[in-house]
Structures are given as structure tokens and as C-alpha cells.
Write a protein that binds this ligand. Structure first.
Ligand code: FMN
Ligand code: ATP
Length: 170
């Protein structure tokens, strides 16, 4: 068991009081799942994972497959390398690649208590929670608020900056 980060025992989520004590007895692990592409790592990713970790005491991170990313340009970094980098982060206890066919399949192995969505992730909390329930999971879904602001706290912006720099060098 990795207890590098303290458990946040009481968290207010969008006006609702949500206590881990409602969920678990004192010494049990609360397993958190965070997800994303994590193309080119930056402090916004660290902030997201740190915030997600505070909802429990064991953080799983699911890394999106190259083939499933369709809502934005395909990542520059291949999936195995993205996974290797996420796994190496201190805040992460376990990291895994997602499924190419069924986004709920990896959850059978992970069995998360809480899924923490980032501020801009495309899924709706309620819709996701309902789908999870239909698939037999009792997982709660929470969404984080404000993002970490910094000029290059976005993989897309890093790539844009590189392209601009290279263009001016030509
Ligand atoms: C509960 C959940 C399960 C997911 N499972 C998978 C999966 O099995 N395979 C996959 O490629 N992406 C999966 N995703 C999607 C990605 O990990 C990621 O959240 C999505 O591509 C949006 O990425 P972004 O926030 O990095 O833009 C899942 C997302 C959620 C919320
Ligand atoms: N600046 C940030 N602050 C807080 N969370 C962030 C920030 N950037 C990304 N995240 C979160 O990290 C997770 C993975 O994000 P993702 O891999 O899409 O990175 P990204 O930098 O937002 O990518 P892109 O720029 O291509 O949209 C998501 O849950 C996302 O909300």
C-alpha cells in the first residue's frame, strides 16, 4: 500500500458534502481512477493527478489508446511511451493502457471507488455514473474545478509553441 499522500477525509463537491467515511471503514483503501491522454507531460497533468489523489489513498491512471483519441489531434507520443511516463510519476500508484474496444472493460480489473474527471473532460458526471451503474459498478464520479493556469499547461499549446518556434527559425 502506498500512503505517500494523505487521505482527504472530507471534501465538498459542487455544494454536496461527500465524506469518504460514508463509503468505507477507516482502514480500507479508497481507489481513485484518473484518465487522460497525457501526450506531453506538463504541470497541469501533475495538478490534476495530485487533486485526484486527494479523494482517496490509491491512484490508478488509465492512459487513452492512440486508436481511441478522436476528439482532438492524435497524440505525438505513442501510447506505450505515454504510459511509461505516467507510471514514473510519484503521485501515481498504478497506470494502465485503456481498452481499444470498450472503455468499461479496464474498470473490471481496477474496480475504482471514485472516478475523478478533469475540468475539461468530455464526459458528463451524471451520464457516466448512470452508465457505470448499468454495467454493475458502484463507482462515484466527481469533476474537478479550476485548472492549473500556466502558459504551457496544455500538451496542445506546447506543440503549437514548438511549431511556431520552428517556423520562425526557417
Ligand atoms: C471511466 C473512463 C474510462 C475510460 N476508458 C478508456 C479506455 O478503456 N480506453 C481509452 O482509450 N480511453 C478511455 N477513456 C478515455 C480517456 O482516458 C480520456 O479520458 C479521453 O480520451 C479524454 O482525454 P483527454 O482528457 O486526455 O482529452 C476513459 C475515460 C473514462 C472517464
Ligand atoms: N492545466 C491543467 N490543469 C488541470 N488539469 C489539467 C490541465 N491540463 C490537463 N489537465 C487534465 O489532465 C487530464 C489529461 O489531459 P490531456 O491529456 O487531455 O492534456 P491536455 O494538456 O489538456 O491536452 P490538450 O492540450 O491536447 O487538450 C485531463 O483530465 C485534463 O483535464
Amino acid at each position: 500500500m502506498n500512503l505517500k499522500y494523505p487521505v482527504l477525509f472530507h471534501k465538498v463537491i459542487k455544494g454536496n458534502s461527500y465524506s469518504l467515511a460514508d463509503n468505507k471503514s477507516g482502514d480500507e483503501l479508497t481507489r481513485i481512477l484518473a484518465t487522460g491522454t497525457f501526450d506531453i507531460l506538463h504541470p497541469g497533468h501533475l495538478y490534476y493527478l495530485d487533486q485526484a489523489r486527494k479523494y482517496g489513498n490509491e491512484l490508478y491512471v488509465l492512459v487513452a489508446r492512440d486508436s481511441t483519441i478522436e476528439h482532438k489531434p492524435k497524440p505525438i507520443v505513442p501510447e506505450k511511451q505515454r504510459l511509461e511516463m505516467v507510471k514514473a510519476l510519484k503521485v501515481v500508484d498504478h497506470a494502465l493502457l485503456g481498452s481499444e474496444e470498450d472503455m468499461f472493460k479496464p474498470l473490471e480489473e481496477v474496480q475504482p471507488d471514485i472516478i475523478v474527471l478533469g475540468h475539461d473532460q468530455v464526459f458528463g458526471e451524471k451520464e457516466l455514473e448512470d452508465k457505470l451503474q448499468k454495467r454493475g459498478f458502484k463507482t462515484k464520479v466527481v469533476r474537478l474545478g479550476k485548472p492549473r493556469q500556466c502558459p504551457l499547461c496544455s500538451s496542445g499549446r506546447i506543440i503549437k509553441r514548438i511549431l511556431e518556434r520552428k517556423r520562425t527559425e526557417l
